[in-house]
Design a protein around this ligand. Structure first.
Ligand code: PEP
Ligand code: CO
Length: 449
């Protein structure tokens, strides 16, 4: 791969950077960035290349991307049970998609660094007082008081350390036996086990366990890494560019620059300006890059961004994460699919059915309806089939926890129940049971692909 022209990890400073916290203590901020730039990377270039290779398979329809996790991770919820439950539900969804959908699944968490949030407004009105918006735990605190909302650069350092702790546990869980397919039945959680979805999962898991037993009985070893370990990758929105710059390192073995804060990074719908700092920064690192595309996009502009970020048209480099909303996906997706197909750019088409389906419930909670999410997903698959393109992945906000943030699903969670366990500080997530139900539905769609 050729060197990226006129790029270095500081070149983004010459471009307008939207959605950056207004750090009041600039000196302390510079100090933190400098310290971070000397700390160990969180992921390695070789792993990033492995992810790009499997995403290239997904572009061709030979694998499927499952990306999901919290809207916004929280420092106070960086605990072993939380990390374990999120991993478990992603492993369960992946096994459903692999077994029922008949396709290998690339697992990418919104985890170990999803601490920075873009906001539609710089300030928020709390009881008549205008205070800065919450921008993710790596900038300020979600507490609705003025002092808590002042950006604090020490939070960048804390975010790095908690990402490292999360990464460490994820590595232990995925390599140390916890994620072994032999434990497929044990991933089902107690509160899910009793539900219709939990029972469907249980049946499938039993079939897998029986298949493994059968193989052992006839003398085929199941003591192999493909069964005993899981390949799991991390991702977050590359938003706070000082932090991303500090974690960007040159690969000492093969050369080239990699943002070692996560395996995959995405650019949000609000920061994907062609001549903005985010595109400038990401064009020089070799990680797989996601680009969120919402209804306000311009097709030629998206093509120009894809060209800028992937001039060599390397498959696996670009994932387009469309998030149009169930009501308008049929208006926006087909022209985009056609234009990209005509251009010859290799992209992985994925659907985020969450971000354009948010609304305020009568109870006042920000929520999403399971049926609307599913409806956008169905349209996404069908529109791809019509255009002859590959529906290659899905992107969810979800948690392994028993939360009540999205309405609907098999248990018909109602608006009145949202207050029971509404824990998110940002967007509403699917709970473990809703996530499994979604996976069974997607598996059907993959199977028909
Ligand atoms: C997100 O993924 O949490 C997000 C803010 O998405 P978008 O940029 O698509 O609005
Ligand atoms: Co969100």
């Amino acid at each position: 791969m050729a060197e990226t022209q006129n790029w270095n990890k500081l070149s983004w400073h010459k471009f307008p950077a939207l959605q950056q916290p207004n750090w009041p203590d600039k000196e302390r901020y510079d100090e933190i960035i400098q310290t971070l730039s000397l700390l160990p990377p969180l992921v390695f270039a070789g792993e990033i290349r492995d992810l790009k290779a499997v995403l290239a398979k997904a572009v061709r329809g030979e694998a499927f991307l499952l990306q999901g996790g919290d809207c916004s991770e929280e420092f106070s919820r960086c605990t072993a049970p939380n990390i374990r439950e999120t991993l478990k539900v992603l492993l369960q969804m992946a096994v459903i998609l692999t077994y029922a959908g008949n396709k290998p699944v690339v697992k990418v968490g919104r985890i170990a660094g999803q601490y920075a949030k873009p906001r539609s407004s710089d300030t928020e009105n709390i009881n008549g007082l205008e205070i800065p918006s919450y921008r993710g735990d790596m900038a300020n605190s979600a507490d609705p008081i003025l002092e808590a909302r002042i950006p604090d650069p020490d939070r960048l350092m804390k975010g790095y350390h908690l990402s490292a702790a999360t990464m460490n546990l994820l590595r232990a869980f995925t390599r140390g036996g916890f994620s072994s397919l032999h434990r497929v039945q044990a991933w089902n959680q107690e509160f899910v086990r009793q539900s219709p979805m939990g029972r469907s999962y249980e049946r499938m898991a039993k079939q897998i366990s029986n298949a493994l037993k059968f193989m052992e009985t006839i003398g085929i070893s199941t003591d192999i890494p493909q069964l005993k370990e899981a390949q799991f990758f991390t991702s977050h929105e590359a938003l706070f560019l000082g932090y991303e710059q500090a974690l960007t390192r040159e690969d000492s073995v093969a050369g080239g620059w990699y943002d070692c804060s996560a395996h995959m990074l995405w650019i949000g719908d609000r920061t994907r300006q062609l001549d903005g700092a985010h595109v400038e920064f990401l064009r020089g690192v070799r990680n797989p890059i996601g680009i969120k595309v919402g209804p306000s996009h311009d097709i030629d502009n998206i093509l120009a961004i894809v060209e800028r970020l992937n001039p060599e048209n390397e498959p696996g480099r670009i994932t387009l994460i469309t998030r149009f909303g169930y009501k308008v996906i049929d208006k926006y997706l087909p022209p985009l699919l056609r234009a990209v197909k005509k251009s010859g750019y290799h992209v992985l088409w994925t659907c985020d059915p969450m971000h354009a389906n948010t609304f305020k419930a009568e109870s006042g909670h920000k929520t999403r309806d399971f049926d609307n999410i599913l409806s956008e997903l169905r349209c996404f698959f069908e529109l791809n089939w019509v255009e002859g393109t590959v529906p290659g992945g899905v992107h969810f906000e979800l948690t392994g926890d028993d939360v009540t943030e999205c309405i609907g699903g098999a248990r018909q969670l109602s608006d009145a129940q949202l207050g029971l366990r509404y824990l998110t500080t940002c967007d509403p997530r699917l709970n473990a049971e809703q996530a499994l139900e979604m996976a069974f539905q997607i598996a059907e769609m993959i199977r028909s692909s």
